[in-house]
Ligand binder design. Structure first.
Ligand code: C5P
Length: 282
């Protein structure tokens, strides 16, 4: 079977503290977007994994971990062959690996006659990574806890985006560590966004987007700051880091504007694509 694995953006990302397990308590409004990887998954004699990007063909790839976890926890004596066509940039803060893991969980569960219900799948998702639960759920949500506690959000309009990334690389644990060291005042963009959603005010929704990591990533990878200002100069209404970066997304008024913005950023040497937010991926 063929299954798409959709990227996410963090419209907001507020950090609320450090937990006893070392993870951070988050409040983040995540939105699925149309940019996606493609996965083909079939029953097979043995577990295998192929990908168009050779460096991803490792034993600890999230696709393989998701499949192994499914067979271990259901006790099913089976196997699958997984082929991944990677389109989502990585590592980027776009949830690409998490999206692949969620798609494999969904796919393998369907191939083996759905032994797990939605709650069972979400339990496995939370063991694979902080963003996998959201990717499995696949609709706009406020994500709390480590990111796995989801509250659906209704009323965010379809948004036209440009997503871009330069040559900088950022390590997620390092970004969290630097954030802790910086001792910044906590942001609360998520509540501003939720208020704007209640009043159905598109411009206020877009204006509320923010990411607590930006003061840190602006220093670690100045290119991300530069990319945000370039997007604003090219007409974006807001431009933010996604997740812990280094990808950046901008919100444009129309799909055509997003397409032109992506073309211009590509001309400047960035990887850039236009896409849109989705209301439901699965
Ligand atoms: O769960 P995931 O594999 O996406 O997390 C990657 C890293 O990001 C963790 O090892 C941790 O350093 C950091 N993280 C965190 N708090 C979260 C999510 C991620 O500190 N809520």
């Amino acid at each position: 079977m063929k299954i798409n694995a959709y990227a996410k953006i963090n419209a907001t990302l507020d950090i609320c503290g450090v937990r006893e397990d070392g993870f951070h308590s988050l409040r983040s409004v995540m939105l699925p977007v149309s940019l996606h990887d493609e996965i083909v998954i079939e029953k097979s004699e043995s577990l295998s994994f192929q990908c168009n990007i050779k460096e991803l063909c490792t034993e600890d790839n999230l696709c393989l971990r998701a499949a192994r976890l499914f067979f271990e926890s259901t006790g099913i004596d089976g196997a699958v062959a997984i082929e991944l066509e990677k389109n989502i940039p990585f590592p980027a803060g776009l949830g690409g690996g998490s999206a692949d893991a969620a798609a494999v969980l969904k796919g393998v569960n369907t191939l083996f006659d759905k032994p797990l219900d939605d709650t069972g799948l979400l339990t496995l998702a939370s063991k694979l990574g902080s963003d996998v639960s959201f990717c499995l759920y696949g609709s706009p949500a406020l994500c709390e806890g480590r990111g796995e506690l989801l509250t659906p959000i209704d009323g965010i309009p379809e948004l036209y985006l440009v997503i871009a990334i330069g040559k900088s690389r950022l390590s997620t644990p390092a970004v969290y560590r630097k954030y802790d060291e910086a001792g910044l005042e906590a942001r609360n963009d998520s509540d501003r966004l939720l208020k704007a959603v209640e009043s159905r005010d598109r411009d206020a929704i877009v204006a509320s987007f923010g990411n607590a990591f930006e003061p840190v990533t602006d220093l670690l990878a100045p290119e991300t700051m530069e990319l945000r200002s370039r997007m604003i100069s090219l007409g974006a209404q807001n431009a933010r880091l996604s997740g812990s970066g280094p990808s950046v997304f901008g919100v444009l008024k129309s799909y055509e504007e997003a397409r032109i913005c992506a073309q211009q950023l590509e001309g400047m040497g960035y990887f850039a694509i236009s896409c849109r937010t989705l209301d439901k991926t699965y």
